[in-house]
Design a protein around this ligand. Structure first.
Ligand code: CDT
Length: 318
């Protein structure tokens, strides 16, 4: 019996700083209804999908920072999305800023959840690779303060859901091959990735013209090298003066893009994914059991940064 998941990439256009949660949830619900009308089982939304991408600003007032965070999921404003999912029988993957208290300590994560067709959270993921910087850097046209506002999560779990093995990553995670391989080693068949990617990267403006190419490059490689579908979903367009890439797409285990959004606004792209197409890759070229040589990969977990050999002595590269 073939295992099909019809999935929608639920791309969002810009969210203004003044937009309320209720207004944003109404946009998410409109996309959900459209996906449901097209026969989708699942819709994937972007990273931090409930607010504007606030790490672009340096804030000193913690209360102002915390206004972008959710203390409960669902909460009063997000309950309607869960209710609609249950009513329609459609699942969703949603990114948001999570504030939680663990052993009396306040923690803040950049989080994504997978919700099944009954409206139940089946998997939670907290972003591991937090890009940007922790201190205010006024020379930049805009900030990228994820290292200040969030702490890193701790793993890439997968869950059995929608008839397959499902996993999540968030934005910058998609650039790291380790992200996909850790889930690949757990047999992942669909990786859902929301993102907010400014076209301009202040420390490396020479990459700006390549930002859309790099977006597809890393997700297509991750899909092929692990024999998995990847669903990459942008919050796109000109948000509070900062232009963000679109390029939301669904990628098959061949590494090919099989569906993509055409605009930088609210839009769905969808594909009927036969999860058994993963098998051909997982059983041949990327049969990990047969071909991997983990005894030679020790440096990947032992060493964080680059160390070079200069004059026979190990030198850490800055
Ligand atoms: N949101 C996010 O992770 N954005 C980063 C921007 C990188 S430049 C600091 C990304 O990898 O797309």
């Amino acid at each position: 019996m073939a295992r099909f998941v019809t999935v929608a990439a639920g791309q969002l256009g810009p969210i203004a700083r003044t937009a309320t949660r209720t207004e944003v949830v109404a946009r998410l619900m409109a996309l959900m209804r459209e996906a449901n009308g097209c026969g989708c089982d699942l819709i994937v939304y972007p990273e931090l999908a409930l607010t504007t991408f606030f790490p672009r600003w340096y804030f000193e007032d913690q209360a102002e920072i915390d206004s972008f965070f959710e203390r409960e999921m669902p909460a009063a404003e997000t309950q309607a999305l869960f209710d609609l999912a249950r009513e329609l029988g459609i699942g969703f993957c949603l990114g948001y800023a999570e504030l939680t208290v663990e052993a009396g300590i306040v923690r803040r994560y950049n989080t994504s959840i997978l919700v099944d067709q009954s409206g139940t959270i089946t998997l939670k993921y907290r972003k591991v690779h937090l890009p940007g910087h922790a201190e205010h850097e006024p020379w930049r046209k805009f900030q990228h303060l994820e290292k200040r506002y969030f702490e890193p999560g701790s793993g890439f779990d997968v869950a059995s859901a929608f008839g397959g093995v499902m996993g999540m990553a968030i934005c910058n995670d998609r650039r790291w091959s380790e992200t996909y391989r850790v889930m690949g080693l757990q047999g992942v068949e669909m990786v859902m990735i929301g993102y907010n990617t400014p076209v301009h990267n202040p420390p490396a403006p020479e990459h700006d013209d390549l930002s859309l190419f790099h977006n597809h490059l890393v997700m297509q490689a991750g899909a092929y090298q692990n024999g998995t579908f990847v669903v990459g979903v942008a919050k796109a367009g000109l948000e509070e003066g900062v232009d963000h890439i679109g390029g939301s797409c669904i990628i098959g285990p061949s590494g090919e893009i099989i569906a993509r959004c055409a605009t930088k606004g609210d839009e769905i792209a969808l594909a009927r994914c036969d999860l058994d197409l993963c098998n051909s890759y997982k059983r041949t070229t990327f049969n990990f059991d047969v071909h991997r040589q983990p005894q030679t990969y020790g440096l990947i977990v032992e060493r964080k940064g680059v160390t070079t050999m200069a004059d026979g002595a190990a030198v850490k590269r800055e």
